[in-house]
Design a protein around this ligand. Sequence first.
Ligand SMILES: NC(=O)c1ccc[n+]([C@@H]2O[C@H](COP(=O)([O-])OP(=O)(O)OC[C@H]3O[C@@H](n4cnc5c(N)ncnc54)[C@H](OP(=O)(O)O)[C@@H]3O)[C@@H](O)[C@H]2O)c1
Length: 257
Amino acid sequence: MNHEPTSAGQLTGKVALVTGATSGIGEAIARAYAREGAHVILTGRRAELGESVAKQIRADGARAVFLEADLTEPGAPEAVVQAAAEAFGGLDLLVNNAAAFAAGPTHTVTEDDFDRITTLNYRTPFFVTKAALPHLLTNQKSKIVNIGTLGAVKSWAGASVYNSSKAALENLTRTWAIEYGPQGVNVNVISPGIVVDAPMSATVLAQVDVEAHILPTVPARRLCTVRDVADAAIFLAGPGSDYLHGTRILLDGGLTA
Ligand SMILES: NC(=O)c1ccc[n+]([C@@H]2O[C@H](COP(=O)([O-])OP(=O)(O)OC[C@H]3O[C@@H](n4cnc5c(N)ncnc54)[C@H](OP(=O)(O)O)[C@@H]3O)[C@@H](O)[C@H]2O)c1
């Protein structure tokens, strides 16, 4: 069922860094956090898109800045986090969302593909988080939300590099929860199935008859939306999730139930 976004001010005054917020899920999370009262820092390579989203958020009355960066460049995670922490004075929330997909069975994967995907999906969140931790640890009440995938739990042919890189991020989620939970940082992961209105699903949706082959296997009888992911991301950033550490929210509409 569609529903209009509402705001309960759950994140009032929090400073949130959302990587990969120029489109899709990251954009939806940045907008949702802003509606909840957070000051948001958006990142991405497509400056025109990122500036436009930040401008719209500001027009709606929230505070937002866009930082242009290719997070796979050496030193970029540290530089982006530094600039983000300076934007509004500190950091309370980090969403590790930036990622890329590569399709194709393992025997067709090139070393370049492997390095590009694992660098962005695994190495980047590792070093963004490492750089953000000194800021997150200063206030004893911070949250890290990682964006994983259903594919880390239930894999499929043709996604070996992508799904395994996200499985690594899910494992980091649990390790970080153990390492930093005692110091007041909640670390959790949202793992969606196909998100029908987010760009990364385009390759899969172009190859599959969703009505015939996917929806009959999904108890919710619909695919995930960016709104579903943003709602879960608000929950994991807000006070309602204070007792969640190292948990996966599996947004699969019941597929694996
Ligand atoms: N769509 C789905 O069905 C689905 C399902 C499960 C999980 N997910 C996850 O959801 C997240 C968002 O996916 P999406 O569907 O919303 O796709 P998307 O719109 O392509 O989002 C990817 C984001 O990452 C950024 N990005 C890509 N390469 C980058 C780089 N080298 N440096 C910095 N930023 C980079 C992109 O911005 P620029 O291009 O501007 O750099 C974009 O904002 C990803 O973590 C994905 O794995 C998606």
